[in-house]
Design a protein around this ligand. Sequence first.
Ligand SMILES: Nc1nc2c(c(=O)[nH]1)N[C@H]1C(S)=C(S)[C@@H](COP(=O)(O)O)O[C@H]1N2
Ligand SMILES: [Mo]
Length: 318
Amino acid sequence: MHIRRNRAWEMPEHLATPESVFLDRRRLLGGAAGLAAASLIGIEGAQAASDPTADLYPAKRNEAYTLDRPLTPEKFSADYNNFYEYGTSKSVLPAANALKTRPWTVAIDGLVEKPMTLGIDDLIRKMPLEERLYRHRCVEAWSMSVPWTGFPLSKLVALAKPAAGAKYIQMQTFLDRAMAPGQKSFLYPWPYTEGLTLEEAANDLAFVATGVYGKPLANQFGAPIRLVVPWKYGFKSVKSITKISFVAERPKTFWEGLQAAEYGFWANVNPAVSHPRWSQATERVLGTDQRVPTLIYNGYGEQVAGLYKGLEKERLFV
Ligand SMILES: Nc1nc2c(c(=O)[nH]1)N[C@H]1C(S)=C(S)[C@@H](COP(=O)(O)O)O[C@H]1N2
Ligand SMILES: [Mo]
């Protein structure tokens, strides 16, 4: 296969969108409040006009998580989304305006000391928000690099206090057919469900995002709270979470339920293991005309490869 010599991933980090751009935009939105925000829906997607946590953004960037490639400009990543609750095309932005993100609760149940239901704003304010630049590699062989704001998943696990016997966490998206027309389709095993082992959830890279591009998450990114696990294919990063269950058995995920031969539980990125219907060797960089080589664990092997010692017989890369 012909691979372009022009390797975007070798460009220095200073080409990433500077934080000042986010700051300016934030000031703009904050100043004129609801109306200005509403008039921007066409470009950036809906955000709760009076988001009660908007003052927390932009959060300070954690310089331990930076990139070897430029950030994807928001105009591309905010209008090229997978969010099947709002349709199976990439242009879900207008449809996702129907997602109501307040009031919103996240239930924590299963094998925990005490099950609880947290209001989203209380939860966000309890957590130490920071910004991280992460790569994202969709199983469909496209990729992007975005500045998420959020907190380590390990902090949420600590808050939940898992009980003895808990081995996995299962995370679910809301289920509301009136709010999400895609959920009227009986072709899919709604609600969208994903899972991780507790060891994966404890890894420093496992992140819970409540914002992106220096603002609260726009709806199409999975507002108001989503998972981000950048060493795995994008479908593991479940959006718009309402329930987190601590369980003893490996949970059955949405895509496994749909097509187990093609989408497994582990779904770690690996250029050497093809999807049954296409190669995973390279990826198209969103917003460019470039294809670049895909890296094992999406370039995060140093941080996560150790999680899979002794599991070599499993389908780690599907
Ligand atoms: N609830 C839900 N979460 C989801 C999806 C979805 O359809 N529904 N799509 C997944 C897939 S395939 C990808 S690649 C990412 C896309 O995230 P983005 O739209 O923010 O780029 O979300 C993941 N999380
Ligand atoms: Mo994806």
